[in-house]
Design a protein around this ligand. Sequence first.
Ligand code: GRF
Length: 197
Amino acid sequence: MTKRVAILISGGGSNMVALADDMTGDHPARPVLVLSNRPDAGGLGKARARGISTCVVDHRRFGADRAAFEAELTHVLEQASPDIICLAGFMRVLTEGFVTRWRGRMLNIHPSLLPKYKGLDTHARAIAAGDTEAGCSVHEVTAELDGGRVLGQARVPILPGDTPDTLAARVLVQEHRLYPLVLRRFATGDTARVELR
Ligand code: GRF
């Protein structure tokens, strides 16, 4: 049975594109919705160009009422009936209530080698720490920010003279390899950890 995948974005959606473009042929899943919290997200146009349904739930409409925002997210998602939710550059922190509703079916890609550098500014922190490598992680989403089981990682070198931007660009290439690989396996129930170099 083909798995239905909803992808949540906030920006350009390059990871969404990588995921959507991989879900063809004998892939066990198909994208059924791209949902953004920002009406100006560039990824919305890319999704529409691929014939994928889109929706916007503008978090600013809800002010500080996170529960109301997530209730609207849930309402929209339930109409799409996803089997899997992929957070892909989605920049809103989700509450335990929302995460519990989708526990075991929600993935995220984070631009660090978890458990190192949870949260923001991962590349600047790795460079400042003098690390010689960086990378990205796909993990199951739990109530702990960037804390769920890691299903895959890809590693890149940190080079002399790297800035957060040059490192981010190197990592992003690997994100677009790793996330589709992990989703393809996750959709078959295979949660064996993937390591890419
Ligand atoms: C990526 O670096 C990803 O790791 C982070 O958001 C950034 C932008 O992602 N979660 P995208 O281009 O919008 O997919």
